[in-house]
Ligand binder design. Structure first.
Ligand SMILES: [Zn+2]
Length: 137
């Protein structure tokens, strides 16, 4: 079963850990080609990897943190202003710490309560969200 197929068909499950109040999922992108977001050229040359984490919808009533070894690619287009770029995902805003489906859930829960109460409800098994984040959303 691939829990992440719905987010991105190329995302594969690697491993997971279950702690007292959270699930930590390790995933990896299996996409072979990646498009440079600056010039649109396709690259297959991986430059490096770095650890990136974000929160997703809860699993088994526990907060879920997803860790991905995010890849950086070379852009081989000599006319591009950038030489490398990081793989991006549609389900996550650039530098986002929460998936869009989690943000939708937070927005669903929050309107009828104060941000303090919403933050408390969310911390109880959904996600760590500060009240200022809720206000911003
Ligand atoms: Zn480029």
């Amino acid at each position: 079963m691939n829990l992440y197929k719905e987010l991105d068909g190329d995302l594969g499950y690697l491993d997971h850990e279950i702690t007292k109040d959270a699930v930590i999922m390790y995933v990896a992108s299996k996409r072979k080609l990646c498009k440079c977001p600056y010039c649109g050229c396709v690259s297959i040359r991986v430059h490096s990897r770095y650890e990136k984490s974000f929160q997703d919808l809860p699993i088994m009533g526990k907060k879920t943190k997803v860790i991905i070894g995010n890849r950086k690619f070379f852009c081989d287009n000599p006319d591009c202003t950038f030489t490398t770029f990081a793989e991006r995902f549609d389900f996550l805003k650039q530098n986002g710490k929460k998936t869009k489906r989690l943000i939708d859930k937070i927005v669903d829960i929050s309107p009828n309560t104060s941000s303090v109460a919403a933050s408390r409800t969310l911390k109880d098994g959904i996600a760590d969200v500060g009240k200022s984040t809720i206000c911003n959303l």
